[in-house]
Ligand binder design. Structure first.
Ligand SMILES: Nc1ncnc2c1ncn2[C@@H]1O[C@H](COP(=O)(O)OP(=O)(O)OP(=O)(O)O)[C@@H](O)[C@H]1O
Length: 351
């Protein structure tokens, strides 16, 4: 069931325009403006109390902002009477942290429920529900009840149900937070597959940077109801500016051992080593940088700490190198010429 849409093709699926929401004296959302294009996956992250749930509730039409506009496919849902809101809410599929399945209904009936509410005939809605069950990789679970499924399988059913009314937008509220790491990964892969296959726009809120890293194209970091950082995930993760973003990222990036951090000084003493923090993106990650520094610049560098992770398909390498203090400037220039994303002097230590 696809509702007719007269929206121009380039209209963003979601637009927040100067949205504010207060609870008494408490500011939950403050002058939020952002947009999400068709087919994009937007991740919204922030510590507890940052405003993520309020933002999601405004986006789902469950909460009205005090001021500002919340547009879905160009139509402002923030100021609509309830009757006119309902058809627009059907353009949004919701995926919940705790699945919210109806326990005394079969999997097939759970998935078909939004279509029943929309008045679709039994035959049509059960056929569509089975197609969706196939799409989420559970073709033979139609007659099972939710209690007979694992957490990951329940979330697959939750996703299938959210897709039942052919939504323009899938809203995921901490969709993987109740799952173990392996199941989280399989749900992320499913969401990526659905995004590609259906060109479906997805907005997800989470407190896990690892989910944003694997799933999102764009990220918004919220704090105190304000956007403190935003942009493509590759850029924000490799050049975090706000303290909160750096903090959220440290959970999953390597840092120097405490024994070195406690010794760091700003100016070098005789025989000190300089510590450099190097970030590499894409193919540069695979270059033998330490060997090349030695061969081409006669610089001896030691690797103190390092790791490679991925932002979608893009590898991102983070490492801490030690070089003789007098070689620091030369090493930084050489690494820049070799194409690293950024190199920063952290301080000096003696070994
Ligand atoms: N109905 C409400 N009444 C009063 N204050 C509220 C209400 N809903 C949210 N708040 C406040 O608004 C702020 C933002 O809350 P919100 O739930 O949106 O944050 P969050 O980022 O989703 O947090 P969490 O990750 O803990 O769920 C918080 O300080 C919260 O206490």
């Amino acid at each position: 069931m696809t509702l007719p849409s007269t929206t121009p093709l380039d209209t963003p699926v979601v637009e927040f325009e100067d949205v504010c929401r207060n609870f008494g004296n408490h500011v939950a959302l403050s002058h939020l403006s952002f947009s999400v294009k068709k087919g994009e996956i937007m991740g919204i992250i922030g510590h507890s109390g940052a405003g993520k749930t309020t933002l999601l509730r405004c986006l789902a039409g469950l909460e009205r902002p005090d001021t500002g506009k919340v547009k879905i496919e160009g139509k402002d849902i923030a100021n609509l009477p309830r009757k006119e809101l309902l058809p627009l809410q059907q353009r949004i599929g919701l995926v919940f942290q705790h699945f919210n399945l109806i326990s005394n209904q079969t999997v097939l009936k759970n998935i078909a429920l939004p279509l029943k509410i929309a008045g679709i005939s039994k035959e049509k809605r059960l056929k569509k529900a089975q197609e969706l069950l196939n799409l989420v990789g559970l073709p033979d679970k139609a007659d099972n009840y939710p209690a007979q499924l694992s957490g990951g399988q329940k979330q697959r059913v939750g996703i299938a149900r959210a897709l039942a009314a052919d939504p323009a937008l899938l809203l995921c509220d901490e969709a993987t937070s109740a799952l173990d790491p392996e199941t989280t990964r399989s749900i992320i892969d499913l969401l990526l597959q659905i995004n590609k296959q259906l060109n479906l726009t997805i907005v997800l809120i989470t407190h896990e940077m690892s989910v944003i890293r694997l799933l999102a194209d764009q990220v918004i970091v919220l704090q105190g109801g304000k956007i403190i950082e935003e942009g493509p995930v590759t850029h924000v993760f490799s050049h975090p500016k706000a303290e909160t973003t750096k903090q959220l990222l440290t959970e999953e990036q390597p840092s120097l051992p405490q024994s070195i951090i406690s010794q760091l000084r700003d100016t070098p003493q005789a025989n000190d080593y300089g510590i450099l923090h190097v970030i590499m993106l894409g193919n540069v990650v695979r270059k033998p940088l330490i060997a090349d520094l030695q061969k081409e610049y006669s610089i001896s560098a030691s690797l103190l700490e390092g790791s490679i992770s991925h932002i979608r398909e893009t590898p991102i390498g983070t490492s801490f190198l030690a070089v003789r203090a007098e070689d620091c400037d030369k090493t930084m220039k050489a690494l820049t010429l070799m194409g690293v994303e950024s190199v920063e002097r952290v301080g000096y230590v003696s070994f």
